[in-house]
Design a protein around this ligand. Structure first.
Ligand code: FAD
Length: 318
């Protein structure tokens, strides 16, 4: 079922959803299933599965030479989505990137999803590979998520890349895109970022999922500005409970989001990561409860493969 249909079916009730990462290559899928098992009692209508593009690593050949290898550390997005739909009978929402994909790769990826009866995708540009400062699209790939949305929307009309295909089957993907309450790191301003968010909606996106934020006011302001821009699709807040002391620096650095002073102070007082985890849980519960009063369709949690803290939050909120 489409994410937008889940929203309609819930008739205004806020639902619990979460995002998982495919395991590192070489690990068994059971650890992932165990963490999903923990959260199924909260009846998520869908589970997002991230996509991880290739990385460039240099392998020491031991003779003073290094060999460049292109590897994928977390493959398996499509397989995991199929496994989730089969095992739990909930919708799995794969993320799909511009980065590392040609248009042909994108089309073939979408064909696989369609065969697997996957009804939703989140369309993203992706980041640059670590060895590059700026994002470089694939040869014959997309430079921005809006172009990727356009391709998916075209496929939904039965328009494949090969225009000689006759009687082509139209797909019916519901398309999610990202939004940044504190603006995307490369955007010169929030206004400019919202302008391009609107472009993604015009291209055919059905809903927005936000980057994590720790100050609800930032989300409320973002939604108000998006509505003023004429963006009317559902906007789903993304939440992540802080769980380690290291994240105090890592989260602002990696995700370009601010942490509120009150949260920083509480974390600094903690003696160990167990205490930080508890502070993170309590902060996220407060955020969740307040967001719920503003009638958001879902509270979408970034689990990062660990479910115990998300479970603690869900027990208090749902
Ligand atoms: P875009 O929407 O394309 O925007 C990128 C930047 O370009 C923005 O600054 C925007 O303002 C600007 N821009 C857009 N269009 C134009 C234009 N036409 N001209 C000029 N500027 C323009 N990454 C992964 O690798 N895998 C994942 O699974 C993943 N999941 C995510 C889920 C969510 C909910 C979020 C918020 C992020 C996720 N990311 C993921 C990270 C994401 O890939 C990065 O943040 C990436 O840098 C931007 O992707 P985007 O789709 O937001 O890009």
């Amino acid at each position: 079922m489409k994410v937008t249909e889940h929203i309609a079916k819930a008739k205004g009730k806020t639902q619990f959803t979460f995002e998982i990462l495919p395991p590192l290559k070489g690990q068994h899928i059971n650890a992932l299933f165990n963490s999903i098992d923990e959260l199924m009692e909260f009846k998520p209508p869908f589970i997002d599965v991230t996509y991880h593009r290739e990385e460039h690593v240099y392998k020491d050949r031991g003779n003073g030479l290094h060999e460049l290898k292109v590897i994928k550390k977390r493959p398996g997005t499509v397989g995991i989505c199929a496994a989730i739909q089969g095992k739990y009978r909930v919708d799995a929402v794969p993320h799909i990137l511009c980065g590392g994909f040609s248009k042909e790769d994108t089309e073939n990826f979408l064909v696989d999803l369609d065969y697997l009866e996957i009804d939703n995708v989140v369309a993203l540009r992706g980041d640059s590979v670590k060895s590059e400062t700026y994002f470089t699209p694939n040869k014959d790939g997309h430079a921005y998520a809006s172009e990727l949305v356009q391709q998916i929307a075209a496929l939904n009309q039965g328009n494949y890349l090969d225009d000689e295909l006759l009687n082509s089957h139209p797909t019916h993907f519901c398309i999610g895109v990202s939004g940044y309450p504190e603006k995307h790191m490369e955007a010169p301003s929030l206004e400019s970022d919202l302008h391009f968010l609107k472009k993604k909606i015009k291209a055919g996106a059905d809903y927005v999922v936000t980057q994590m934020f720790f100050d609800n006011q930032k989300f409320f302001d973002f939604v108000a500005k998006a509505r003023a821009e004429g963006i009317t699709v559902p906007i789903i807040p993304g939440l992540k409970p802080l769980s380690t002391l290291k994240q105090l620096n890592m989260i602002p650095h990696r995700f370009h989001v601010d942490l509120p002073e009150a949260l920083i102070k509480e974390v600094i007082k903690c003696k160990d990561n167990k205490a930080v985890r508890q502070v993170g849980v309590e902060w996220c519960i407060q955020q969740s409860k307040e967001l719920m009063t503003s009638s958001v369709p879902f509270l979408h949690y970034y689990s990062m493969g660990k479910s115990d803290n998300i479970k603690q939050i869900a027990e208090e909120v749902f």
